[in-house]
Design a protein around this ligand. Structure first.
Ligand code: ADP
Length: 479
């Protein structure tokens, strides 16, 4: 089966978050399910630079204010269709934000152009290739199903939209409607109108044949007013067309037996290599080399969503329990300052690296004892998956994908020998404190702790099962 994937980022070409990991990894996993994916990406400089060759398969004389073309090429295992539209995409740096730190003012047109091209390809624009399904990701591609609807042509491809984070919705002024090439009738509650604006994600949720989000629990949560961020009514209305499919982990990138970023490699059968990673992290973070102290770690965007504002309140509990804390992250300035302040106040016990550091992230996963993930909401989450695979015990909020991927060390789970981590809810300093107490108690019960590590490392966090689910869904909506 042939599938067109439409997205605004794909690892390793352009990445700002987990979306890129999914868009980059899913095609290879789907190939094993006899699904062939071509990925339509905007032609940012980072993408067009990587093309080297490629074949122009379509020319647009005009696409939202300038000429454009579609280039077909294979890059890094991905079968790409690149929308080369220099007036929209020939800008270096972050794909959404100008060097001055503002969203590009023409973002509504840039991503409408991506969706317009995607919808046209789904409707047979390329004479040599007809997809049976178009799979669109997040608000940046979400106008595809709306264009398919308002074009009013006989349908040649089914459509699936995947929501990676409902917090990002793409809301723009209604006066743009005609420049997007949508008819006046589209501006209704049954169309693309959303609280007095044009809602891109809303439009995708309204018109796609099927909706997925990145974990079953998040798929349930977003039906409620608390987590639905204004879209819960529509999501409830789409009812059975909404399902959750967990993200996987790229198990070539995250393999503790071969990972070149680690100071020591290891396997489930022999964890000795973890000692070198723990030492490397302690040295880098200025932490005391204390073999008895459980090492808790955080690898995260430092934001409210991730519960990172709670760190100062819970550090005393950690230290009272004889534990250490290593924080790797960047984000909210106030939280960055608070974390740096804690590291200064508790030298040797709290360490912080502010910034993005792929190698250090791997070493932390390969050396820490516990990974703390106190997210207020979490569509799927990837750090707890790499923690499981690397023998770090995840201590997570019971929400979204965290609830679905970690088995709490409840008395029954411990008795059955299936626990992989610790869960808590709701996200409050008291509940995090209680979870830390529980984790430290288990840490000192070595046979139980080692069993939890082994269970985590034996958990299948790969793309295999998710890919089977996507393939089945694509077959059910294929035109
Ligand atoms: P998000 O909501 O940020 O996408 P995820 O858990 O889904 O959260 O994915 C975050 C990814 O980015 C993980 O693979 C994590 O290891 C990585 N990451 C987050 N912050 C950092 C950092 N400061 N340095 C290195 N890697 C990071």
């Amino acid at each position: 089966m042939e599938v067109l994937s439409v997205a605004s980022e794909a690892f390793p070409l352009v990445k700002t978050g987990g979306l890129a990991d999914v868009v980059g990894a899913l095609p290879a996993a789907l190939a094993e399910q006899d699904v062939h994916v071509r990925t339509l990406l905007p032609g940012y400089p980072g993408v067009t630079d990587a093309l080297r060759g490629g074949e122009t398969v379509h020319l647009f004389e005009q696409l939202f204010g300038g000429p454009a073309r579609v280039i077909a090429a294979r890059v890094g295992g991905l079968d790409l269709l690149v929308l080369d539209a220099p007036h929209l995409f020939a800008r270096r740096g972050n794909p959404y934000v100008s060097p001055a730190g503002q969203d590009w003012p023409d973002n509504p047109l840039r991503f409408a152009a991506l969706a317009r091209a995607g919808a046209s390809i789904a409707q047979g624009l390329l004479p040599a290739w007809q997809p049976a399904v178009v799979h669109v990701h997040d608000w940046q591609a979400a106008l595809v199903p709306a264009y398919l609807h308002y074009d009013g042509l006989p349908k040649r491809a089914g459509s699936v939209i995947t929501v990676h984070n409902l917090a990002f919705q793409g809301q723009f002024p209604t006066l743009l409607l005609s420049s997007l090439g949508l008819p006046p009738s589209a501006l209704s509650m049954d169309g693309v109108e959303y609280y007095g604006s044009i809602g891109y994600l809303k439009a995708g949720l309204r018109f796609a044949d099927a909706i997925t989000t990145v974990s079953p629990t998040y798929a349930t949560e977003i039906r409620t007013a608390e987590a639905g961020m204004g879209l819960d009514g529509l999501i409830r209305q789409r009812g059975g067309m909404v399902q959750g499919i967990l993200n996987g982990l790229d198990d070539d990138v995250w393999d503790p037996t071969t990972d070149k970023l680690l100071a020591g490699r290891f396997s489930a059968g022999s964890l000795a290599g973890r000692i070198a990673n723990r030492a490397a992290v302690r040295t880098r973070m200025g932490l005391a080399h204390d073999a008895e102290a459980p090492l808790f770690a955080v690898i995260s965007r430092l934001t409210w969503q991730k519960g990172m504002d709670l760190l100062p309140a819970i550090i005393p509990t950690l230290l009272a329990g004889g534990a250490q804390l290593a924080v790797l992250g960047a984000g909210d300035g106030a939280i960055e300052a608070a974390v740096q302040g804690a590291a200064a106040s508790y030298p040797g016990q709290v360490g912080a690296v502010i910034g993005y550091d792929e190698a250090l992230a791997h070493q932390i996963q390969g050396g820490a004892d516990a990974l703390l993930v106190p997210s207020r909401f979490e569509p799927c989450g990837l750090t707890q998956l790499s923690a499981l695979r690397y023998g770090t015990v995840p201590v997570v909020a019971r929400t979204g994908g965290l609830a679905d991927t970690v088995i709490d060390a409840s008395p029954m789970a411990l008795a059955a020998g299936v626990a992989t981590g610790v869960q808590f809810a709701p996200v409050s300093p008291e509940m995090v404190d209680a979870a830390i107490h529980r984790t430290i108690a288990i840490f000192h019960d070595k046979p139980v702790w080692q069993k939890m590590q082994a269970n985590g490392m034996a958990t299948d966090v790969s793309w295999r099962d998710p890919a089977r689910r996507y393939a089945a869904l694509f077959r059910s909506v294929a035109a």
